[in-house]
Every structure is written in structure tokens, then in C-alpha cells.
Design a protein around this ligand. Sequence first.
Ligand SMILES: NC(=O)c1ccc[n+]([C@@H]2O[C@H](COP(=O)([O-])OP(=O)(O)OC[C@H]3O[C@@H](n4cnc5c(N)ncnc54)[C@H](O)[C@@H]3O)[C@@H](O)[C@H]2O)c1
Length: 266
Amino acid sequence: MADLSGKIALVTGAASGIGKSCSERLAKAGATVVLTDVQDSVGKAVCAAINQSGGKAIYLHQDVTSEDEWIGVIAEVRAQFGRLDVFVNNAGIGIGGLVTEMTLETWRKQQAINVEGVFLGVKHSLPLMRTSGEGGSIINMSSVAGLKGSAGMSAYCATKGAVRLFSKSIALECAAAGDKIRVNSVHPGIIDTPIWDSISDTVELTSVNQQGANRIDLDAMTAITTPLARTGVPAEIAEGVLFLASDASSYITGSELVIDGGLTTR
Ligand SMILES: NC(=O)c1ccc[n+]([C@@H]2O[C@H](COP(=O)([O-])OP(=O)(O)OC[C@H]3O[C@@H](n4cnc5c(N)ncnc54)[C@H](O)[C@@H]3O)[C@@H](O)[C@H]2O)c1
């Protein structure tokens, strides 16, 4: 059992899906978790549930595209806890569409959240993570879309490919600095979260969900694409994140943890 007692963890995009599950799992392992998101009421409810179930967590509002907000969040973590051990750079969006129809504005929006948000997070968290001298773990959320191309998802793939190689480069910078901070990327496959609601117009396999909106039929898609033939759940990503956060992965840096039911093995 991973024991993160005494550790401080920061998770972005923590109000929903994978970030929510990671926050819950890290707290269950004993970490004090700082949850951030733009969805404040939902994020506060996730935080309250963690505290009610015996975990330790606080919630802070944060738009990851804002450098000022990054400076504020890290200052708050420093003031309250004096250290940061685990950083899960998770917030992200998925906007699909054919490249000829994609506006520059949409491209930039996705880059701003998925890439610039990750850059700003690493830039501003690293100085605090280095202060303890005990090392730490940065986990950047990429995707199988950072490993292979996908028609109708070019802009998203571009962001997740960027996260993959950014992570490896920071792993090398940390190793060269001798700061004992490990940096890895996580590559989920098809995981059932609300992110798919915004990718509805990009893939042929759509169906009408219970709310009546067009949504990709994840089960139909995984039946075709994924050897394990089922959709993943956020908790399965959180287990991988916990592994990378813990000392069980002490010799792993610059690596890619693919959690995809075998999707990329074909
Ligand atoms: N669900 C999947 O199948 C899947 C697969 C591969 C990778 N991912 C990645 O996992 C991460 C989490 O996605 P998810 O599936 O849990 O989606 P989600 O929509 O459930 O959660 C994303 C969270 O990010 C937050 N967010 C969005 N913009 C933000 C901003 N500017 N600042 C702060 N927070 C912001 C949202 O409010 C939301 O709470 C993303 O980086 C996504 O690309 C998801």
C-alpha cells in the first residue's frame, strides 16, 4: 500500500473525472490534497467529501491558463503547507473537428489549457517542490492521443504530444539539477468522463445519450478499438497516478505510463 502520509499533493482539474478520482485516491493514501479547478461549486463538494471521509483536502479556484493565478495558488500552498511533493497536472479539454474547419481561436484555446497550463504549472510548482530537498513527483496528464494520430482530433493530439515531450525534457532538467524530482506522463485510453461530451461532433460513432445530446458511444468505440473491450473508469487512471506519486516508482522518470486497455498495442 502506497503511503503518502505527510505529503502535499496538488491536482488541477480536480472537480471532475480523472482529476477528481486522483484527488480521492491520493487523499486515501494519506496525502493532503490541494484541489483546483474553474468549476468551484463542484470542486468544493469533491473536497468536502474527501474531508468527510477522513481525508485532508482544500479547494482553490484556478484557471490554469492564468500565470497570475498559478502564482497565487503556489503562494497559497507555500503559506499553508510550506512544501509540495506531488503535482498532478491534469486539467484539460478536448475539442475535435477537421483541421480545415478549425478556427485559430479554438486551436489556441486548447493549446492554452492543455499545453500552456501544463507549462505554467511546472514552471511555478518546481521552485516550491525543490525547497524540501526530499524530491517529489510531477505527473502530467497526456493521452493515447499523445502517442498516435486521430482523424478529427488533430488539435487535441498536438496538445497531448506536446505534454509527452515536455515531460521528458523536464525530467532531464530535474535529473541534471539533482533535485530528486521525477517527471512522467500518463496516457489514458478511453475513460468515461464528461470530457467526451465536448468531443461529440468529431467521431462517427455517436449516439444519443440520456440527456438527449449527441455523445460518442464509448462502449461501441472501445469494443472496436480496445483489446480489453470495455471503457475505462477514472479510478483506473488514479491507481497509475498513485504509483507514480509514490516511492514504488522511485526509479521511473521521463517515462510514459499507458493505461488504455491495450488500445495502443495494435
Ligand atoms: N477521459 C478520457 O478518455 C481521457 C483520455 C485521455 C486523456 N484524458 C485527459 O485527462 C485529463 C482529465 O480529463 P477528464 O477526462 O477527467 O475530463 P473532465 O472534463 O471530466 O475533467 C477536466 C477538468 O478540467 C477542468 N478544467 C477545464 N479547463 C480548465 C481551466 N482552464 N483551468 C482549470 N481547470 C480546467 C474542468 O473544469 C474539469 O473539472 C485531461 O487532461 C484529458 O485530456 C482524458
